[in-house]
Design a protein around this ligand. Sequence first.
Ligand SMILES: NC(=O)c1ccc[n+]([C@@H]2O[C@H](COP(=O)([O-])OP(=O)(O)OC[C@H]3O[C@@H](n4cnc5c(N)ncnc54)[C@H](OP(=O)(O)O)[C@@H]3O)[C@@H](O)[C@H]2O)c1
Length: 291
Amino acid sequence: MLKGKNVVITGAGRGIGKAIALACAKEGANLGLVARTIEELNNIKKEVEDLGTNMKVIVQSADVTNFQEVMEAFMTIHEEIGFFNGVIANAGYSRMWATHEFINEKFAEILNVNVLGVFYTFKAAYPYMKKDDKKDKARFIITGSEAYPNAPSRLTAYVASKFAVVGMQKAMSAEYKRENINFTMVLPTQIDTRLLRGKKAGDGNKPEHVLNPWDLNDYYLFLLSEKANRVDNGLIFTYDFQEVKKLLAEAPSGKKENWEVFKDFFEEKAPKSYENVKNLGKLVDFIITRS
Ligand SMILES: NC(=O)c1ccc[n+]([C@@H]2O[C@H](COP(=O)([O-])OP(=O)(O)OC[C@H]3O[C@@H](n4cnc5c(N)ncnc54)[C@H](OP(=O)(O)O)[C@@H]3O)[C@@H](O)[C@H]2O)c1
């Protein structure tokens, strides 16, 4: 699906970013992987090489809150793999405290990684994004969170950052309308990663409602694929698409072969989710063809 494409992912060392990296490699993409911990990136490079796909994997240690480092990392990646078809601003950080007790420096750090980091990622990637083909636009994808719009308590800094990036993607989508770049977001529910479960991540004892990082792969692959060439300013709320997956399993035959035949059934069973899914019927079709 992504043969010959170049995809750059921040926060690619573990968790969601790692899952996306492996999924993209299996689909034939060359990768530029960025995070601070080079050992984690090297492990993924090795995993990709073990797939035997011959894809290029360039790993770069950089802190997304340091513009110089991000710029240098992207320059090197561009030199090695060429122009970027997709950039996924995925690096993220969180901490939980009552707001009146929140440590000032931690509040700032969360905003810096989750907001400034996305800005730096875009600004540094822009010169290297492949914007010359209307039929194959460059994709800038942000990993948001269901913290938008749910705003759970004791996570004020994280909530503020994840509200902020929704605004950023909307503003950038309007601003670059005349250029061949699509701006989209994936807004996950709780995922079994270090950010959510600390050292317990991946221990096999996650609560049932918590998803595995690779459960999100379809959403990112869709956004990177040719099928999403006209999807811009689109928010994928993963809660609603997990509902799609659940109801596809329950739907009678004749009602689940494609979005056109499924949509009335889905609207009746999950009217709230329908509102967030109805403009992304192509993604439902993508999920159906991959299941
Ligand atoms: N897990 C969830 O429940 C959940 C739910 C909704 C949204 N998300 C979002 O998903 C994204 C990925 O998080 P995750 O859950 O996969 O967490 P994770 O397993 O902790 O991974 C976070 C990744 O971001 C990198 N990172 C953190 N700070 C960085 C910085 N300053 N510069 C460069 N890289 C940095 C980390 O690597 P280094 O530490 O080595 O730099 C790591 O590779 C985040 O944007 C998060 O907000 C997560």
